[in-house]
Each structure stands twice: as structure tokens, then as C-alpha cells.
Design a protein around this ligand. Sequence first.
Ligand SMILES: [Zn+2]
Length: 162
Amino acid sequence: MSIIDVRLLYQTLGMIAGVKLLYCGMCGDFRAPNPNPDIWTTCRCGESKVRWIDPYAGTLSVDTSNKDKVRVLGLHNGMIRASMEKSFNSEQWREFTEYLTSEAEGYLFHKDARNCPFAFVRIGESNDTFFEDYWQARQERIRLQKERDAKQPETTEEATST
Ligand SMILES: [Zn+2]
């Protein structure tokens, strides 16, 4: 394969957006958040929960009984895609990793930051991970739903009276 082909291949595989997983240090579980932001995903021991705030923006929130015991693991998408679609040898993996980390400007993966296509982060250490209180968030969703339900009949009345 020529150098140009390699570069093209890496560019198609090298999308930066990543997968984020909750790691609960109390039970050792890794959990992927549900794509639906209204649904929390709980680890095996039940002490940590995660949900997307906005799956498209990659913002995520975590609730836990012990803030020192949870991390988010970010995985570079290019790494995941390559592992599914290619069978690189070790040298190709090193070259690919070098490419991913040098192209990941503004991300923790970047060679001037972690220099690694995986990154364990404390919640709040990156600008897209937050702590959120599960019950408070749940109450807020219930309140918003009640607001929407309360508005519904008014709209119907207006519609029928005109
Ligand atoms: Zn747990």
C-alpha cells in the first residue's frame, strides 16, 4: 500500500468523536449510556448511574454515591472502527495510533495531551462530563412533563372554541 493510500484509509477511519463509558470503581463495571437522555444506565452494584445529556454533543452526566470512585472512559471512534473493519499488524496499529493522536486537536487524545486514543477522566475534568443528582434530575423531568400536560388541554380548548 502506498503512503497516500494509507493516509486516505486513516482519514476515513479516523473520525474523532468517541464513545464514552461509565466506569464504577466500586464494582468494576463499565457501562455505555442509553442513547435516550431520559434513561439512566446503572452499574452492576447500583451505586453509579450515567445518562447522556446530549448524545450528539457528547455531553454526559453521572450520579454516584462516591464521587472518588467513578470515571468516564473515552474511546476514540477511529480506534473502534479500525478494530472492527481492519486487521492491522502491530506496526500498523502504532502508525494508526500516531495518526489518531496527532489529528485529535482539542481532545484529550491529542499527542500534546494524553497522547492516547483512550482517556480515563474524572467527572468534570473534561468539559463534557458532569455530576448530576439522579433524583433531582428525575423531579425536574416530572415537573417539565406536568407543565407540558397542563398546557395540552388549553391548546385543545382554544382549538375547539375557534
Ligand atoms: Zn458499581
